[in-house]
Design a protein around this ligand. Structure first.
Ligand code: PGA
Length: 251
């Protein structure tokens, strides 16, 4: 197996004000020596302060979205270069909540991924099917289309992480089964290897997201080709996120 460092990524979504920065210190104290890479993606308002709080620790900081341009007349948006300037090293792009709330399609996600790379950030590109798509047995086609459309050609194991997040499992408490996760992660791996060659394809990390909790993390991480997790709700508490990091370290 390729040497892929496991990744525990927390996505705080639209949660977190200054008082939540204390969690970074707590997490650094309890899990600062983790074997896995630990990343927190707070709302844009906290990226800089969280980066400062995480300085000198092993915790990395990321944004949750970026614009596809570096600067310009785009009121309310944040560019990848701005996130990098604020201390981020990652950015999530194409999260299903952005695809749904802001009508972002694959072409937009691809442009954002390109912008992330241009700014020196690694992109966590999210893909995932809805419940209706799964029920119609379209999961693999949907994931394949999103992968092909959302990832530019210059992917490497350093600049890309793929997050498989079934939409029906996000924030619902309903985690996908190991079989469901394994089937999609294996398919993503095959497609990455085919498109980018075996070396790059094997070095890109594929993480699972959707109701990952300390109680189900070990089961998820035991699945082949699962290199970590993108964690929403359970990343908001140091104890819960810490439990997930421990399960990942032990996997
Ligand atoms: P959840 O969110 O862990 O709260 O289900 C995951 C995500 O949307 O990244």
């Amino acid at each position: 197996m390729a040497d892929r460092r496991k990744l525990a990524a927390g996505n705080w979504k639209m949660n977190g004000v200054a008082e939540h920065l204390a969690m970074v210190g707590a997490l650094a104290d309890s899990h600062g020596q983790a074997r896995s890479e630990v990343l927190i993606c707070p709302p844009a308002t906290l990226v800089h302060r969280l980066a400062e709080a995480a300085q000198g620790t092993a915790i990395a900081v990321g944004g949750q979205d970026c614009h596809w341009e570096e600067t310009g007349a785009h009121t309310g948006d944040t560019s990848a270069a701005m996130l990098a300037d604020a201390g981020a090293s990652y950015v999530i792009v194409g999260h299903s909540e952005r695809r749904a709330d802001h009508a972002e399609g694959d072409e937009t996600v691809r442009a954002k991924t390109r912008a992330a790379w241009d700014a020196g950030l690694a992109a966590i590109v999210c893909v995932g099917e809805t419940l209706a798509e799964r029920k119609a047995s379209n999961t693999i086609d949907i994931i394949g289309g999103q992968l092909a459309g959302s990832i530019p050609d210059q992917a490497t194991g350093l600049n890309l992480v793929v997050a498989y997040e079934p939409v029906w499992a996000i924030g619902t408490g309903e985690v996908a089964t190991p079989d469901q996760i394994g089937e999609v992660h294996d398919e993503i791996r095959r497609r990455l290897e085919k498109r980018f060659g075996p070396g790059v394809g094997r070095s890109v990390r594929i993480v699972y997201g959707g109701s990952v909790k300390p109680a189900n993390a070990a089961e998820v991480f035991a699945v082949e080709n699962v290199d970590g997790a993108l964690v929403g709700g359970a990343s908001l508490k140091a104890e819960d996120f810490g439990g997930i990091i421990e399960a990942l370290d032990a996997s």
